[in-house]
Design a protein around this ligand. Structure first.
Ligand SMILES: Cc1cc2nc3c(=O)[nH]c(=O)nc-3n(C[C@H](O)[C@H](O)[C@H](O)COP(=O)(O)O)c2cc1C
Length: 188
C-alpha cells in the first residue's frame, strides 16, 4: 500500500509563505504517488491542553474537538510533515497547541500508535541566517520527536521571507519544495 503523508500547516497567515511552500511540496508528494492529506491548524478548533493529564492517567483526552479527528489522521499516516513559520525563535502558537495535545501519545499504551513514524520539518522565517534563527526550534523538535520515538527524516528551511508575499520573489524556493516533495517517496 502507498505510504500516507500528513501535512500539518501551523502558519497563521492564509496565502502566506508557508502556504505557498506547502502547496508546491504537496504537489511533488502527490505526483510521486504517495497519498497526501493536509491539516491547516488555523482552520481547526483545537483547545489548549489544560494539563489535566487524563491522557497520562487513563490514556484518553479530556476534550472532544477537531483534535480527535486529527489524532486519528496522525495515527493513519506514515510520514508527518510539520510546517511552521518561526515566531520568536520557535514555532507558532498554533503549532505548539497542536503539539501539546500530542501528549496523548506520550502515554505508554498510546505511544506505539506513533512510534517508528517519520517526520519532516519545514520552516519559514524572516531573517537570512537560518542556522542561527533555528537553533532553539531545532533543539525543541529533536527532543519532542525523540520523546515520541518518531524519526526525523529532514529539516527544510526557507529564510529571508519576512513579508507575506516574499515567496513570490523566490521561485527557487517553491521549486526546491516541489523537488523535496517528489523526493520523499525515495527516502522512505
Ligand atoms: C510574531 C512573529 C514573530 C516572528 N519571529 C521571527 C523570528 O524569531 N525569526 C525570524 O527569522 N522570523 C520571525 N518572524 C517572521 C516570520 O517567520 C516570517 O514572516 C514567515 O515567513 C511567516 O510565514 P507565513 O508567511 O506563513 O506567515 C516572526 C513573525 C511574527 C509575526
Amino acid at each position: 500500500m502507498n505510504k500516507r503523508v500528513l501535512l500539518i500547516n501551523g502558519s497563521t497567515r492564509e496565502g502566506g509563505n508557508t502556504d505557498a511552500i506547502l502547496k508546491s511540496f504537496m504537489q511533488g508528494v502527490s505526483e510521486s504517488g504517495l497519498n497526501v492529506r493536509k491539516a491547516v491548524l488555523r482552520d481547526l478548533a483545537i483547545h489548549n491542553c489544560v494539563g489535566c493529564c487524563k491522557c497520562q492517567k487513563e490514556g484518553k483526552c479530556n476534550f472532544q474537538d477537531d483534535m480527535t479527528e486529527l489524532r486519528d489522521m496522525v495515527i493513519k499516516s506514515d510520514v508527518l510533515v510539520f510546517a511552521s513559520p518561526i515566531y520568536w525563535c520557535e514555532i507558532t502558537g498554533l503549532m505548539k497547541t497542536f503539539i501539546d495535545r500530542l501528549y496523548f501519545f506520550h502515554h505508554k499504551e498510546n505511544n506505539h500508535l506513533v512510534a517508528g513514524k517519520k517526520a519532516l520539518i519545514i520552516t519559514t522565517l524572516g531573517e537570512k541566517d537560518s542556522e542561527y534563527e533555528s537553533q532553539v526550534l531545532v533543539e525543541f523538535y529533536k527532543r519532542f520527536f525523540h520523546s515520541l520515538q518518531i524519526d526525523i527524516l529532514d529539516m527544510l528551511s526557507y529564510p529571508d521571507l519576512m513579508e507575506k508575499e516574499a515567496i513570490t520573489k523566490k521561485p527557487d524556493y517553491t521549486k526546491a519544495a516541489y523537488n523535496a516533495g517528489k523526493k520523499l517517496s525515495r527516502i522512505l
